[in-house]
Design a protein around this ligand. Structure first.
Ligand SMILES: [Zn+2]
Length: 175
């Protein structure tokens, strides 16, 4: 369901410029027709970073994060998920979020900062759902079905992981 998150379109009329935009669930990256495969990979990474930065320039503080968690729980889980704490952490690089149900604590990776709000909301909801249902069985995903952007957010995060695995050339970062 999430395989088509990124679409690269080559244009013969384009000589040097690269651009990218969101179109529904997909991200379209426009590149010159003559660009090599390696350059294409490099530019897709650059443009994904750039788009993400544009979409969420401000950083959400821990207080606002807790408020969002309350709002999302009320909206999608009838307020049943009540975390004792919600905060950003910087020591979590292999997971986007984690939850300790016994303590009611939810932690989100700082790597989500700068990503679109619907993606942050999805990860928050995912961890909130774990306060109600452990593991990732059918009951768990049924809860998340209430959130209309679950598939889209999962596709986005898969795209980020895929892009991170691409070879990075020096100087490829967006400014
Ligand atoms: Zn989970």
């Amino acid at each position: 369901m999430t395989a088509s998150a990124i679409e690269v379109r080559r244009s013969a009329r384009r000589r040097r410029t690269v651009s990218a935009y969101r179109e529904g669930d997909r991200t379209i990256v426009l590149i010159p027709a003559r660009m090599s495969e390696a350059e294409e990979r490099r530019w897709v990474t650059v443009m994904l970073d750039k788009l993400a930065a544009q979409e969420n320039r401000r950083t959400i503080g821990d207080g606002e994060l807790a408020e969002r968690a309350r709002r999302l729980s009320a909206q999608y889980f009838d307020g049943r998920a009540r975390p004792a704490s919600v905060r950003w952490v910087t020591n979590q690089n292999t997971r986007w979020g984690s939850c300790t149900p016994a303590e009611g604590s939810i932690r989100l990776s700082h790597r989500l900062q700068g990503m679109p709000e619907y993606v942050v909301d999805y990860v928050l909801l995912h961890e909130l759902a774990h306060l109600l249902v452990p593991g990732h069985g059918p009951d768990f995903w049924r809860l998340l079905e209430a959130y209309p952007r679950t598939e889209r957010a999962r596709g986005y995060l898969e795209g980020v992981v895929a892009a991170a695995r691409l070879p990075q050339l020096p100087g490829a970062r967006a400014e």
